[in-house]
Design a protein around this ligand. Structure first.
Ligand code: UD1
Length: 422
């Protein structure tokens, strides 16, 4: 429940990145010793990945704010319910395959933002010697003689497929050369972790990555990078609600396109080394066309959040997502709040009204994680009360978003206790 119209003031601390923690939990399957991930946010997707680890025989437990993973995987079958619920479950296949010579999983689920196939993951594993069988939605991967290093060119810069190759490459015999890799900072974080455990991954953050396989990995204590999408959410919330908010613990360069767009819209943006302050008092203006892309471009995950912040701007803004075909499912919620948005290019573009009209509160429903957060961001600017259903989606990626915003002065509360994604 959000009662909009109150400006936000204060400092918000950015938690560790979900999109780094999930692959790190998958990578812990490769390690011979215990792994401690420091300062992990309590997210339903993190709990889901811990359940996957336990399902294959590892111990995975909270120790205060840290997650500790210990023990070796003994079972090659990932629990079906968790695998089907989360896209990131596909990352657990490569390390299991590398370790045990077999991995059984289900086609991964995830947010409703597009088709999200895993063919590039599976194609890469096949090039490394795996055999892939599909029976209904079950996937059985085998490599009885182990994985072998290979030269792989991805068809597109997929974050997940790049991470699969990093994980498989560390477990494989011989070197792997990956071309056309995604360059997201979470991939650099995964490479840093693998190297801290004794692996050898070079070139992460560029389009070509080389992995020396076959090195035994030990455990490590590791602090995952900050969540640049959560930082983007807080910055967009400040722009939407107005006010003056410092987003602390995340280098502004990690989400520069979001800050640049807010600045172009008329916000004041002060960039520090490890923080950014976003101030907004008056009316915002449209910023023309924004297009998402791989890092360092505008993150697809941030597209609905920036759109939400600019719903009341005067002057045209079009946000185009080139990564997923159904990114703007939140448009119906924006419209229910009175924004005359329209979608174009078969749902890949969102045209904002640009009429400078205020929003009003409404009952809306989240249909995916970032779209759900975008509805919250929009509701902060709306007159009157909004009710946002489907908060289970939001809990996949934010550790109590409502508490984070309430500490900044937002009138927001949760009616139901946190639960699994509905
Ligand atoms: C990751 C992020 C997600 C983010 C996305 C893009 C995690 C846990 N999730 O998702 O928040 O929105 O990157 O930055 O890190 N594709 C294929 N075949 C494949 C793999 C991908 O066609 O085998 C396509 C997808 O359909 C999509 C594009 O590649 O159009 C990019 O997807 P990808 O980068 O793989 O996204 P994820 O890794 O799933």
């Amino acid at each position: 429940m959000v009662r909009g119209g109150r400006p936000l003031y204060g400092t918000a601390q950015v938690p560790a990145a979900k999109n780094s923690v999930l692959p790190l939990l998958a990578a812990s399957l490769l390690c011979g010793g215990p792994v401690r991930l420091r300062g992990v946010p309590r997210l339903s997707d993190v709990e889901g990945c811990m359940a996957l680890l336990r399902g294959v025989g590892c111990a995975a437990a909270w120790d205060g704010g840290d997650v500790v993973v210990a023990g070796r995987a003994a079972c090659c079958r990932l629990p079906a319910a968790e695998t089907a619920r989360m896209r990131a479950s596909v990352l657990f296949a490569a390390p299991l395959l590398g370790r045990l010579g077999r991995a059984e999983t289900a086609l991964p689920g995830g947010c409703n933002i597009g088709a999200r196939p895993v063919d590039w993951h599976l194609g890469a594993l096949e090039r490394m010697g795996a055999r892939v069988e599909q029976a209904g939605d079950r996937l059985i991967l085998t490599a009885p003689a182990g994985l072998r290093g290979a030269c792989i060119r991805l068809q597109g810069p997929s974050v997940g497929a790049t991470e699969t190759v990093l994980l498989a490459g560390c477990a494989a015999h011989g070197p792997t050369r990956l071309q056309g890799a995604a360059r997201e900072p979470e991939i650099v974080d995964l490479a840093r972790f693998l190297n801290a455990c004794g692996g050898c991954v070079r070139g992460a953050g560029s389009a070509e990555i080389v992995i020396e396989g076959g090195r035994p990995l030990h455990g490590a204590a590791f602090a995952p990078m900050p969540d640049r999408i959560c930082a983007s959410t807080l910055a967009c919330a400040a722009a939407s609600a107005r006010g003056w908010v410092t987003v602390a613990g995340c280098a502004p360069g990690l989400y520069a396109p979001v800050l640049d767009a807010l600045e172009a819209a008329g916000c004041q943006v002060l960039r520090g080394t490890d923080s950014a302050t976003v101030g907004c008092a008056g009316r915002l203006r449209g910023v023309g066309r924004l297009v998402t892309g791989g890092y360092p471009g505008l993150a697809t995950d941030a597209a609905p959040l920036v759109a939400a912040a600019l719903l009341t701007a005067a002057g045209q803004t079009v946000v185009e997502d080139r990564v997923f075909e159904a990114r703007f499912g939140c448009a119906a919620g924006f419209a229910a709040m009175g924004a005359r948005v329209r979608t174009g290019a078969a749902g890949r573009e969102l045209w904002l009204p640009g009429d400078g009209r205020p929003l009003h509160g409404a009952a809306v429903a989240a249909g995916d994680l970032r779209g759900g957060a975008a509805l919250v961001v929009a509701a902060l600017a709306a007159r009157g009360q909004s009710r946002i259903a489907g908060c289970g989606y939001i809990d996949r990626g934010y550790p109590a978003l409502e508490a984070m915003l309430a500490r900044l002065g937002a009138r927001i509360r949760r009616e139901m206790p946190p639960g699994p994604a509905d």
